[in-house]
Design a protein around this ligand. Sequence first.
Ligand code: GDP
Length: 870
Amino acid sequence: MSQQTTIRKLAELVNTPVEKLLEQLAEAGMKFGGPDQVVTSAEKIKLLGFLRRTHGKASPQAEEVAAPKKITLARRKVQELTVGGGRSKTTVNVEVRQKRTYVKAAEAPPPAVGEMADGERAEVLRKLEESRQRNLAEQQRLAEADRARAEDLERKRQEEETQRLAEEQRKAEEDQRQKGVPAAPQDAADAAPRAARPAAPHHRPAPDRVAPGHKHKPRGSHAMVAGIEDDEAASRFAGQLHLSAADRARRSSARPGSRSKPRRQEVRGGAGGGAGGFERPTAPVVREVAVGDSITVADLAQKLALKGGDVVKAMFKMGVMATITQTIDHDTAVLVVEELGHKAVRADSDDAETELLAHVEQAQGDRTPRPPVVTIMGHVDHGKTSLLDYLRRTKVATGEAGGITQHIGAYHVETPKGVISFLDTPGHAAFTSMRARGAKLTDIVVLVVAADDGVMPQTKEAIQHARAAGVPLIVAINKIDKSTADPLRVKNELLAEQVVAEDFGGDTQMVELSAKVGTGVDDLLDAISLQAEVLELRAVSEGRASGVVIESALDKGRGPVATVLVQEGRLKKGDYLVCGVQYGRVRALFDETGSQPDSAGPSIPVQVLGLSGVPDAGDDFVVVKDERLAKDVAQQRDAKRRESRLVQSAGSRMEDIMAQMGKGEGQQVLNLLVKADVQGSVEALKQSLTALSNDQIRINVISSGVGGITESDANVAATTKATVIGFNVRADASARRIIESNGVDLRYFSIIYDVIDQVKQVASGLLGVEIREEIIGIAEVRDVFRSSKFGAVAGCMVVEGVVKRNKPIRVLRDNTVVFEGELESLRRFKENVEEVRNGTECGIGVKEYNDVKPGDQIECFERIEVQRTL
Ligand code: GDP
């Protein structure tokens, strides 16, 4: 139906004289020049509102309360009636109108009291009960009123109908008498209603109610509007005003009290019968909602198929204030669900996990030999990286990407005796736990010991880790190309650690090699293959894959990427998987050569694209049959993780801790939120920081992740009083606002040692000098120019503080540090300047860095010494 009608047309539609309509419009405050002017939907609504008011409508509030309790459906039936006989025989249409009002059945039973015996919730329960009683009374009252009104209307209508029929008949007879000829039935039918109009001004002979065969307009919408409106005249008017569905929806939802969702469903069900048949509206949809220990309001709304706002509103009415993102406990959620007329069932928090387990068990099959997974350990500078590099360079089968191997966290090499996979874990001395994690998925540890240096502290540590994990060792005595190399000494020193070489009568293979020139590397590979044979490593090589995440990051172009090591089955492109609290569908697989294999079998590392987020290194992954299960498991895990994070006691800020430590008041809790540029650093920081806990202080990493510090990080930090640690990453603008307004302690670092040192000092209650980096200015890169003399020069605007020529700088992209260095040049127009202040444009040349891009930020900082005080 057209949204724009002229006044004349509208008058015809609503069966009101044009003049009267113009009058009404004028009264409603809308001036129109003449009957051919267009009336917009908005004007129709305004008029409708006006008419509703003038029809003596009760206050809008009363109407709102009334709204949810009943629905009224109008139905129209057209019958043909033949009047007269012989020559004067004519056919008239008789329209019978019926109206039915459905009153909502008794309210849902009160929620099981057993669920909420707790005194804390008594108040909510009381409010709920009160509101229920109120609603019940109101409902009865309205039902009574409505019944009376319906009867009244029905009586009136019948009177009108009789009157009209009589009138029509009289008119028809008169017509015929005047013309002297029998009118064609069609004409008479057309004439009849028109003639009848003045006699029944309130009546609504719609133009389409004529003879059979005439195309009926869909009437469902009329019924719907009639159902929603309370006032009879106004409702009829609404239908006739031909308001579009959207307009009506806007109107009905704009009324605050209308808990319209279930009702709308009822109404729609009724109207679905269309013009022809009349169907009882289907019952309101009662959903069974599984509620776990806690749920966010948004998730609950989704399960109820409601808008988040509706649920918030419903909760507000129950006296519970919550935002959409807030997590509510089980009992509150149950109350809300039942208040909204649905059923809550207790969700077993392990539902999806159980299904997952059953699922994984099904995937078992024949176990066939698989390649060994090797981790290289050893003391710093003994040549771990060199060995890994050498193997990668010389042994990895080069792929399509021009023979350039990619760092994906692991790679596999092919030897005449089979495939071997190496984990490419970074060998930072401080992060023994990282290595421990590496050992978990490792079959064999290669312990690198420099022949010129011998057994060192981290050599011993590595031995302990391998032992604890029950993983066999192979010793690589490295740097034998050096003149100072003394392999025998190494073997002797290892003896003291109960690592006995085969030639000493023990069972540990030892290989002398040089990672630099490659001597003996093949012997090492042979030794690994031999060890693998002894271990009889087996796995299911087909079917659904499972395994472990070894490295992950958020890639700017590709989204979350994770390198996984397949442990069982075969991971294929297109598979659905759960990966820690993330899930997704494998969009693409990449191997270490940059090529895209279709699948990866046991012990093969492969990079996965297509996850919902960045999983943590060390997370398990499992391929599941469909996305639903993947999503369920991931969401359940996520909810659990969030819960346990919330449960953790709020800690104290670093300064407070320092102050309280001196007073010797029990154990302090230091909450930290760690964000870093790569997952490796996150993991490393997490492990080493928590390890700093002692009797006096418990260090709690409540949240961690890859990427800039976001608004939600800032919120978490604010609520848990956590100190935020940004390692090579920065807070974005919205996060900064929250951090500033809540006094969150935010610290930026670029050296892992500094982080540990600072936390360690706090943990040990030391008062000393703290070196802090202070950001003194930020410039935004607007454009980049190439100059033959200076290389890339960034046209910048200083947006904060001051940029100084002789202070160190960092280049940030997406709140992540991409370069740290110095300024080559700082210019205003063509002048070299020492500093540029906020709000000023300048040209910046960065020393030894030509990759500055528009949109980057250049931050200028200085290191200052701060004396700690109590
Ligand atoms: P990592 O700390 O254990 O990873 O040790 P790196 O692989 O970084 O090696 C430390 C230093 O030892 C580097 O300067 C290497 O060039 C050197 N290096 C490693 N392997 C050998 C080797 O077999 N022979 C010699 N001469 N130098 C080596």
